[in-house]
Ligand binder design. Structure first.
Ligand code: MD3
Ligand code: FE
Length: 213
């Protein structure tokens, strides 16, 4: 088999679970996304937020779009303003929204129009415990995730916390679309191993596009 055919097979969409579609390398491998990201971070830098229980999250986060996801002692929610500045979150770049819509359509969810992009930064050791995403208004809308930089182990559980999660490697440029039956699945990220990626250095960045409001 030719190397071309092999890589073609490796890059075909695949089902992680019903209604959870991995689009390997669907995001452009270059620096365009990261350049736009730099403009967002200049206005709304990464910060470690507090959980309602008072724990500082190991993942650093920020947002772009009409709504941004926040957590503090008062709870988890979407807010039109960055609590650090009191100002609206930076706009969602049209290229980001277009990429998310294109990916959603490729996975069978046409007409996805995100109003929020949560941006997560993982340094080595950072992790995200198993959770559900349920602060959004309409669970019929998918979530689109874009992985950049270091490879992470994604934990995909079932619809109850008790289900033993499967482990999936998410690499630079991979996009996953989570809709339908997968939308309320428990999921998380295992502690990030140390490493170096030419575009992000010693971290992983994940963008999740949502219709929150
Ligand atoms: C499956 N982020 O921000 S992205 C999150 O890599 C979050 O930073 C992880 O979980 C990360 O909430 C995982 C993949 C993901 C995102 C949302 C989902 C998978 C999902 C919602 C429902 C089911
Ligand atoms: Fe999540």
């Amino acid at each position: 088999m030719s190397p071309d055919l092999l890589s073609g097979l490796a890059r075909a969409p695949s089902a992680i679970a019903p209604d959870a579609t991995l689009l390997p390398g669907f995001a452009a491998p270059g620096t365009e996304l990261l350049e736009q990201l730099g403009s967002i971070l200049a206005v709304a830098p990464f910060r470690h937020m507090l959980t309602p229980g008072g724990h500082r999250m190991s993942v650093a986060m920020t947002s772009a779009g009409a709504l941004g996801w926040v957590t503090d002692r008062r709870g988890y929610r979407y807010d039109p303003c960055d609590p650090e500045t009191g100002r609206p979150w930076p706009a969602l770049p049209a290229s980001f929204a277009g990429l998310a819509q294109h990916a959603a359509e490729a996975a069978g969810f046409p007409g996805f129009t995100p109003d929020s992009c949560l941006i997560n930064r993982y340094a080595p050791g950072a992790q995200l415990a198993l959770h559900q995403d349920r602060n959004e208004r309409d669970f019929d809308q998918p979530i689109v995730s874009v992985s950049l930089g270091l490879t992470a182990t994604f934990l995909f559980g079932g619809l109850t916390r008790a289900a033993r999660p499967s482990r999936i490697r998410l690499e630079h440029g991979d996009i996953v679309v989570w809709g339908g039956a997968a939308r309320l699945a428990f999921h998380g990220i295992a502690p990030l191993p140390a490493g170096f990626h030419p575009l992000t250095g010693s971290c992983r960045i994940n963008l999740t596009f949502r219709r929150a409001g």
